[in-house]
Write a protein that binds this ligand. Structure first.
Ligand SMILES: [Zn+2]
Length: 453
């Protein structure tokens, strides 16, 4: 397609035409999970958003032209603390959570990135970058620690669009007597007893978190690349620090040219946080609803906007997909999605606009011929929806019933008896019991019928 892609660039804070460094070799790096606890719905948003951006880039430039890298942070204070709390080794914990993360990605129908490097497999490259920063006088060594001296980098704060003193006032800066200035951040620190450690010129220790993304993006995409993505919460200090390290170590004008950030998820209009007790794990949904429902819910708002997560949203998405599946057909040959329908995705990944077009295509499919149905299903497939057969979609609903049919019929008999005896409390109780197990009952023409909720 000749149409240009536009993206909201946090660097400069405006929507810009996407111009790749090399249209045959486009690089996208997205900050991946810290594998210390089960991934939650907030983690799911960037997975789906950047999966769709990956698809759009491949659509425009060709499958082979795009390289998508997403790291796995497998060494970090949170991981060390969580392994102590859960009483399992760090290796077992990170393996377990990484496996769960991959299962969640599959459940959400996200493509696997081209590379998924782990921090612990790239420590030597991190030591190399710290050495460069120290040699070039951007880093300093004190008591087996190495720090980045922020005021040596004049563009610090450009991404978050804030001045240094505002940044310090607005965030929790780690206090340490070792630092020359409070805003300096750690590149290397000694490990405590029993904590994982690696040999380095500054003693046994481990790298600071920000460093891994600077190093692993360079390894796979080079000193300068096209797109860097992640959640809004990463802009400061993580992404600001990545830029400082990379630009100073590589002595390059720029690091990533386009910075794309997704907004937060709220829970029934409240902030989602561990302290609020409203964290929803992705894995908790797996036995209840099909992953496509979550995927549709996650793209129902524009990626830059906050997204409120609630039961009503999930119900609506379930209904939409139920409806859309009535026009499901198996796609046998390649169908082109009309350019006019794709337009919203090229315009800053406007998924609500694209979904509105899918509704229009559905209307045409419903009243049209096979060709209309194929176009509709292809357009759904493009954003990872309706990729399962209709049978599979329906079978997922069946697992919602946690009660055999024989038992349902016997319960309905008990309820009939209770109603004949005018024991409405018992009748209601039975109805509720069935409802809790995913079965809805309806009284029609003197008969009671049941269906899956
Ligand atoms: Zn990162």
């Amino acid at each position: 397609m000749n149409k240009d892609i536009y993206l909201s660039n946090s660097l400069g804070n405006k929507k810009e035409k996407f111009v790749p460094l090399n249209k045959n070799n486009i690089g996208m790096y997205v900050c991946g999970p810290t594998v210390y606890d089960d991934p939650h719905i907030g983690n799911a948003r960037p997975l789906v958003v950047f999966d769709i951006l990956f698809k759009v880039l491949k659509c425009k430039y060709g499958k082979k032209a795009v390289t998508y890298v997403r790291n796995i942070t497998d060494i970090d204070d949170k991981i060390i603390n969580s392994s102590i709390e859960k009483k399992i080794s760090i290796g077992d914990l990170t393996d377990k959570i990484t496996k769960k993360f991959h299962e969640d990605c599959e459940y959400l129908n996200c493509e696997t990135p081209n590379y998924e490097p782990k921090a612990t497999e790239n420590i030597s490259l991190m030591i190399e970058m710290i050495n460069q920063l120290v040699e070039k006088n951007f880093g300093y060594v004190i008591n087996n620690h190495v720090y980045f001296e922020v005021n040596k980098f004049k563009n610090y704060g450009n991404l978050s669009n804030k001045k240094l003193d505002e940044l310090i006032a607005g965030s929790r800066v780690e206090v340490s007597e070792n630092k020359k200035n409070p805003e300096d951040f750690v590149l290397w620190k000694p490990s405590k007893n029993n904590e994982p450690s690696w040999d380095s010129p500054w003693g046994k220790g481990r790298p600071g978190w920000h460093l891994e993304c600077s190093v692993m993006s360079k390894k796979y995409l080079g000193d300068t690349f096209d797109i860097h993505g992640g959640g809004r919460d990463l802009i400061f200090p993580h992404h600001e620090n990545e830029i400082a390290q990379s630009v100073c170590a590589n002595q390059n004008k720029s690091f990533a040219n386009y910075w794309v950030h997704n907004g937060f998820i709220t829970m029934s209009n409240e902030k989602m946080a561990k302290s609020q007790g409203n964290i929803l794990k992705i894995s908790d949904f797996r036995s209840k609803i099909n992953g496509q429902i979550l995927r549709l819910a996650l793209i129902s708002s524009h990626y830059k906007q906050p997204l409120d997560w609630n039961d009503k949203l999930l119900d609506e998405c379930q209904k939409t997909l139920d409806k859309w599946y009535t026009c499901y057909v198996k796609i046998k040959s390649k169908i082109l999605i009309p350019e006019v329908d794709l337009n919203p995705l090229y315009d800053d990944l406007n998924t609500p606009g694209y979904l509105a077009n899918l509704h229009k295509l559905f209307d045409k499919a419903q009243n049209g011929d096979l060709n209309n149905k194929e176009t509709f299903v292809t357009a759904c497939n493009f954003i990872g929806l309706l990729t399962e057969t209709k049978d599979k979609w329906l079978s997922y609903k069946k697992i919602k019933i946690s009660i055999p049919e024989k038992e349902i019929l016997s319960k309905i008999k008990d309820r009939d008896k209770a109603r004949n005896n005018k024991d409405y409390a018992l009748a209601d109780k039975i109805r509720k019991e069935l409802s809790d197990k995913g079965v809805l009952i309806e009284d029609k023409d003197g008969k009671t019928i049941w269906k899956i909720k």
